[in-house]
Design a protein. Sequence first.
Length: 247
Amino acid sequence: MFNKKNHHTSLFPDQAANNSQTQGKPLRLSPTSGLNLYNDCTRCFWLHYNGRVPRPRGIFPSLPGGMDLVIKDYFDEYRGALPPELKGRVKGELMPDLDLMNQWRNWRTGLEYRDQDRNAVLFGALDECLVHEGKYVPLDYKTRGSAPNDGDSERYYQTQLDSYALMLQANGYPVADFAYLVYYYPERVGENGAVKFNVHPVELSLDARRAKNTFEEAVDLLQKPLPNRRESCEYCSWHKNMGAFSL
């Protein structure tokens, strides 16, 4: 008989700070898989890092990743300037230093923010960066099937962009108070299968302090007991419903 109580205490300990910090290694969080998960559900975040129980992962489509690589190569043709479709629509010019940009694009060599007191690191990889009036402007491109809805940019990507601002500041780069998301979504298919994309830039305000506060709260949470389930979290709901069954 399946023992729910024993299963709960063995897989989901209520006390545990079973993360790398307890072993002397810095805890490493990214804006996307770390802080966004924390914002979405603190319980899933805790289980991912302390319980080593990540959310189930579905099949990830390869098209967005392929588009990102193509867009990166395209942008690199305009170092120190702007692609024609962005002229007059964004402030600044593409960062001229391609070698440095390529370092920032790689999560292994990219920017980091270190919190020595918490023994934790925030790390990430930028898609792109502009320079406007001597300040750095994070830019991230997104490929999707249609135009973004009002509020989607702030809801899904604000923490990511704020984190880039925090990491840039921590490494001595002055940051503007705004950033850009550039959406690419298909309009039509033309001759020989050529797909025409709409290009839609969205400007968002930046606040590195928001990212710093979120990062600190997320790291501190991992030293606390397992949070309660979040009613709006489909993963928590699934686990709760599965707990009603005995095997």
